[in-house]
Write a protein that binds this ligand. Structure first.
Ligand code: CP
Length: 295
């Protein structure tokens, strides 16, 4: 079964084949194909989402699949039903694949091992967000022509970031250099030794400056230390800092964005920002991943 649990351990060859197929779908002239006609795919989001959920739905519909959207808020999860029982229920009804987002870390491999249908990880806790990193790497490859040799700095709440983890695995496999930049209390100690922490000044010399959202919902009572104002002063990508980036460098962010906290409002759609380009690439990347799961 061709699950997509994460990018840790995935080879450059396999990542490249997913990116190449996404490039095929990005160029595909017809908006809707019949490639997955007769297939039923359930999008099971136990955590909120805008980009990932809708781009999976668009990808599935573009491939001609039938789409079922499960929302935890109006399901029997509210009566205490477990994630396992929910997925098993949809499997019993005959879905062909499931896309799943959930809060718990690291339970997805065990869940997938108990299913007879492929599961695609749409974000699990702070563990992995493989399709986000694939669309990020796709965006870099498309812009620079090659990922090997790029220096990518990921700035922000590394500790709580599944995007940072999936990007680290994918970018290192593809031959890029990854550095992190974060306040001490947002370092990810499970990743110690895998990427260096650098200063904001050093970060401005990277080819790709990837900003992360401060995940207020994962901090105690939504309070961050330093405060939003201090955070912007110390780790925010301000207009002044962006003016000191290399001429060819790009700005990325997985979104949603806390404007004027981790990135200044004026930079979100500036010329070197790829933020909305990244979002657009989510559809062909997810078409490629769904096709891989069902082929
Ligand atoms: N980037 C991302 O995963 O966004 P959503 O949470 O809106 O899906």
């Amino acid at each position: 079964i061709k699950h997509l649990i994460g990018l840790k351990g995935m080879s450059a060859q396999e990542i490249t084949s997913i990116l190449d197929r996404a490039a095929f779908w990005e160029q595909y002239p017809a908006k809707v194909t019949h490639f997955l006609q007769g297939k039923f795919i359930a999008n099971m989001f136990f955590e909120n989402s805008t980009r990932t959920r809708f781009s999976f739905e668009l990808a599935e519909k573009r491939l001609g699949a039938q789409v079922l959207n499960f929302s935890a808020a109006v399901s029997s999860v509210q009566k205490g039903e477990s994630i396992y029982d929910t997925v098993k229920t949809l499997e019993a009804m005959g879905i062909d694949a499931g896309v799943i987002r959930m809060k718990p870390n690291g339970v997805l491999p065990d869940l997938a091992s108990k299913m007879s249908i492929p599961l695609i990880n749409a974000g699990d806790g702070h563990n992995e967000h493989p399709t986000q990193a694939l669309l990020d790497v796709y965006t870099m490859r498309k812009h620079f022509g090659e990922v090997r040799g790029l220096h990518v700095v990921i700035i922000g709440d590394i500790m709580h970031s599944r995007v940072a983890r999936s990007n680290l695995w994918a970018l290192q496999a593809m031959g890029a250099k990854v550095s992190f930049c974060a306040p001490d209390n947002m370092h990810a100690h499970d990743l110690d030794g895998l990427a260096d922490y650098i200063t904001m000044e050093e970060a401005l010399q990277a080819d790709v400056v990837m900003m992360l959202r401060v995940q207020l919902e994962r901090h105690e009572e939504g309070q961050i230390t330093p405060s939003s104002l201090e955070y912007r002063a110390q780790f925010g990508l301000t207009v002044e800092r962006a003016s000191r980036m290399k001429a060819h460098a790009i700005i990325m962010h997985p979104a949603p964005i806390n404007r004027n906290v981790e990135i200044d409002d004026e930079l979100v759609e500036c010329q070197r920002s790829k933020i909305f380009t990244q979002i657009g690439h989510g559809v062909p990347i997810r078409m490629s991943v769904i096709e891989r799961a069902l082929s």
